[in-house]
Design a protein around this ligand. Structure first.
Ligand SMILES: Cc1ncc(COP(=O)(O)O)c(C=O)c1O
Length: 390
């Protein structure tokens, strides 16, 4: 577990590194990629060993008998989140964006409204629009420096054409760990407007000290008939390229409908994803995640201390995820100017806040999943790029 180790990723078909210069005004040689949400850390040894065993076997045929895979998921959810999952309630997809697309196909019709609390993970809107559904944005409000939902405004925004709400829990990009009461309020909102609640909990293991994630079914046991749970090991263990995600459904009618979609789309998981997840959800994987969270917390402190010293910049206090959300509105600069300073000035590729929907206009998102010297370098570069504001 040496998170300080630098591993060269250029030339490895890494989206984060090898597509950075194409997407952002930074140099491929000297740019710091702080955009796509994967980390520059090697996966734990237990995962690497399992994948090596699978590779070394030499035969890459169809995977069968996923009992160990399901058992590993059930163990993890009980052990880490106090959530008892029935192994028969788990469906496997090619990751969670794929799962969102399959949910839209299963439970909504073209033209239906899908509610998002924005700003939120950009692929939700892209997938909803790509499927011919309509994004209905309910902007989060900031109170005491953190995001909250405004249910009065959301109630007023409903037209009756909405059929689904996609919740990001914990929240990307604001890093909120929603409380039990907030999750109950979301479920009540879904009841009032007859919405299916899709809860994407991909970031649930990446918790800052003192935070406790509440799985939505534990907060809302009375609403399981309208709840779709999405979970994945891919953020936690940095295995997103193995493209494996889960849809967990307690309700038999939801299960029957989703099973039909999987048959109708021919989705069946990639064996390497199943090997990786089975190995990751283990006591060895758990020890690695504990160390990872402590390391990310150190990165977060270093980054926030440096950023909050720059007049006009403000990093939202992260409760979860390795994604820092930085507000540039205090600089009084236009979006083009602060973005140019970050890209051309500091040589940093950070996600543009506008892609996250309403409320993201004055923000950029920085990925802190990198060795500490990279975070330190990023802070130095940003302090220099905004040096005239000191
Ligand atoms: C909330 C959320 N859901 C899903 C994903 C992507 O999931 P996958 O790679 O399994 O499609 C991300 C990636 O950043 C995310 O933040």
């Amino acid at each position: 577990m040496n998170f300080d180790r630098t591993i060269e990723r250029r030339g490895s078909h890494s989206m984060k590194w090898d597509m950075m210069a194409e997407r952002y005004a930074v140099s491929a040689e000297t740019g710091l990629p702080m955009w796509v949400a994967d980390m520059d850390f090697a996966a734990p040894d237990c995962v690497q060993d399992a994948l090596r065993r699978a590779v070394d076997h030499g035969i890459y045929g169809y995977f069968g008998d996923d009992a160990a895979y399901r058992a590993a998921i059930c163990w993890w959810m009980a052990e880490r989140h106090g959530w008892q999952v029935d192994p028969g309630h788990i469906f496997t997809t090619h990751g969670l964006v794929n799962a969102v697309g399959l949910c839209l196909q299963t439970w909504t019709a073209p033209g239906d409204g899908v509610v998002l609390f924005t700003p939120v993970y950009h692929a939700f809107a892209r997938t909803i629009e790509g499927a011919g559904r309509v994004v209905v944005e309910c902007p989060l409000v900031e109170r005491a420096g953190r995001y909250e939902m405004d249910f009065d405004a959301a109630d007023a925004a409903m037209t009756g054409r909405e059929t689904m709400l996609i919740l990001c829990s914990p929240h990307n990009p604001g890093g909120r760990v929603w409380s039990r009461a907030e999750l109950q309020a979301v479920a009540a909102f879904c009841e009032r407007h007859d919405l299916l609640l899709v809860s994407d909990e991909i970031h649930h293991d990446l918790l800052m000290p003192g935070q406790r994630h509440v799985p939505t079914p534990l907060a809302t046991p009375g609403s399981l008939d309208r709840l779709v749970m999405l979970t994945s090991a891919s953020k936690t263990f940095n295995i997103a390229g193995t493209h494996c995600g889960n849809v967990i459904l307690s309700d038999p009618r939801l299960r029957a409908a989703f099973a039909k979609t999987l048959v109708g789309t021919g989705i069946s998981p990639n064996s390497f994803g199943l090997h990786a997840v089975t190995a990751a959800y283990s006591p060895e994987g758990a020890a690695w995640v504990d160390a990872l969270c402590a390391y990310i917390d150190g990165n977060r402190q270093l980054f926030d201390d440096g950023i909050n010293k720059i007049p006009g910049l403000r990093s939202m206090a992260l409760e979860s995820t390795y994604l820092a959300w930085v507000d540039f509105s205090g600089t009084g600069m236009a979006r083009e100017e602060f973005t140019a300073r970050v890209e051309q000035g500091a040589g940093i590729a950070a996600n543009h806040g506008t892609t996250f929907g309403q409320g993201g206009e004055s923000w950029l998102r920085f990925n802190l999943g990198a060795p500490r010297p990279v975070i330190s370098e990023a802070v130095d570069r940003l302090q220099r790029a905004f040096g005239d504001l000191q």
